[in-house]
Design a protein around this ligand. Structure first.
Ligand code: SAH
Length: 213
């Protein structure tokens, strides 16, 4: 894998595109400019890496669109050393973004093929999440809860209750909710049984899988 001046140039253009589309977080733009997104896409298709689009990664899943990654990550307002639960590891690109922002990442993937691939790849690229788990994101990781932030990168029909309970008081969950299109939902836990919800635009995600064997 090589990160050439050509890749770097395309990446810079992508960052400018994200700025045009309204991404403001300097920290997020800096890490997108830094991470070679083409490392997370099959080599034969690396020309697609710096187009602002989702792209297939196998098992009927996609690497999220750069704009979506930038948008969701900005909403997290990460601080150094925060504990983040990510649902939907996929290609590992979003995981790398969180790690570059100095989060401690616990991530879950439901597709075994993608899990095996990403578990090998991330450390090779120098990205070491606290844990990469093969399992069901609807359950979260109760053994490591509570989390400062929870990020869901697949579309959920409704907000999983179990995940809400794994959020710290004062913590934030970002989750796309809906059937075909998904409302980006920002949830702040303000008390033991109190949550404040805001909706911040419409997106389109692959569905969060339930009861998959
Ligand atoms: N953030 C990743 C993937 C986005 S696609 C990236 O940008 O590459 C959503 C991912 O969520 C897919 O890899 C899919 O397999 C995974 N997924 C779907 N349902 C899930 C569930 N219940 N638990 C954990 N992961 C799930």
């Amino acid at each position: 894998m090589k990160d050439t001046p050509k890749h770097q140039g395309l990446r810079k253009k992508l960052v400018n595109r994200l700025i045009e589309k309204g991404i403001r977080s300097k920290e997020v733009l800096t890490v997108i400019n830094k991470i070679p997104r083409h490392y997370f896409i099959d080599k034969d298709f690396e020309s697609h890496a710096y187009i602002d689009k989702a792209f297939p990664i196998g098992s009927e899943q996609t690497i999220s669109q750069p704009y979506t990654v930038a948008f969701q990550t900005s909403l997290l307002e990460l601080k150094e050393n925060e504990k983040v639960l990510e649902i939907g590891t996929g290609s590992g690109y979003q995981t790398a973004v969180l790690i570059e922002l100095k989060a401690k990442v616990y991530t879950i993937e439901r597709q075994h093929y993608l899990f095996r691939k990403v578990k090998k790849k991330l450390p090779l690229l120098g990205y070491n999440p606290e844990l990469i788990k093969y399992g069901d994101g609807f359950l979260g990781m109760i053994e490591y809860a509570p989390f400062d932030k929870i990020l869901i990168t697949a579309g959920a029909i409704k907000i999983p209750k179990k995940l809400l309970l794994q959020l710290k008081i004062g913590g934030v969950m970002i989750i796309p909710v809906g059937n075909n299109t998904h409302k980006m939902t920002h949830i702040l836990r303000t008390g033991k049984n109190k949550y404040e919800k805001k909706i911040l635009g419409e997106f389109s995600f692959v569905p969060m899988l339930k009861n998959k064997n």
